[in-house]
Design a protein around this ligand. Sequence first.
Ligand SMILES: Nc1ncnc2c1ncn2[C@@H]1O[C@H](COP(=O)(O)OP(=O)(O)OP(=O)(O)O)[C@@H](O)[C@H]1O
Ligand SMILES: [Mg+2]
Length: 223
Amino acid sequence: MNLELNATNLIKRFGARQLFSIDTLNLKEGDSIHLNGDNGVGKTTLMKVLAGLDKPCEGQVSVTPAKRKLWSSNLHPRVIYLHQSPYIFSGTVRENLAYGLKLRGSSRQQTNDAVDKALSWSRLEPLAHQQAYSLSGGEKQRLALARAWVLNPGLLFLDEPTANLDKKSVQNVAELVADLQNCGTAIMVSSHQSNPVTELCKQNMLLTGGQLKKNVVNEALYA
Ligand SMILES: Nc1ncnc2c1ncn2[C@@H]1O[C@H](COP(=O)(O)OP(=O)(O)OP(=O)(O)O)[C@@H](O)[C@H]1O
Ligand SMILES: [Mg+2]
C-alpha cells in the first residue's frame, strides 16, 4: 500500500532563534526531492523532524496508513532517515543488515535470506564478515542504503549521501538510489549542491530564510 506523509504548520526553534516555518509539505511514494539550501539553514533538522527523529515546536507530521513504530522515536517503520555520516552498529556487515529485520520480528530464515539479497544488491558480499566500523566511507554509505533497502522503505531521507565520497563511490550510491526510486521509494536528498544523486530528483525545494520554496524541475524527464 502506498505511503503518504503530511506535515502541517511546522515550526522549529532553537531557543529564541526560529529555524523554519512550513505551512504544508506532502510526500508520497514516487516523489523525489532535492532539498537544497546553504549550510546551517536547517536541512538536517527538517529531515529529522519529518522522519520523527526530532520534534517540531509546533505543528505535526503524520504518515498514512499508520503502522506500529520500529523503535520509540521513529515515525513509521517504512520512513527511514540516513545520517550524513552513516550510523554503523557494532558487529559485522551481515549483523548490521540483520539488525532492523530482527527488530521487526523476522524469523532467522527470513532474516538470512533478506540479508543475502541485500549483500548482493549493494555488492557488499566480499565484506559480509568484516567489522562494519572498518569499512571505507563509500562502503559505509552502501551499507546504510542496504540496511534501509531490506526494510522496504516507503520514504527515505538521505542527508548529504555523497559528502566526502570520491567520484566512483558517488556513482555507486547514485545507482543504488536510482534502484530504490524504481521500486517506488520516495526520496528526499539534502545537499547544498547538485550531484549525481540530486540529479535523480524530479523536484527541487529550497530552504532559505526559514521558508521552504517548492519548485518542480525535471518534470519532463519523468512524464
Ligand atoms: N540541538 C540544537 N540546538 C541548538 N541549535 C541547533 C541544534 N541542532 C541544530 N542547531 C542549529 O540549527 C541550524 C541548522 O542546523 P542543520 O544541521 O539543520 O543545518 P543544515 O542545513 O543541515 O546544515 P549543513 O548544510 O551544514 O548540513 C544550525 O545553525 C545549527 O547550529
Ligand atoms: Mg545538514
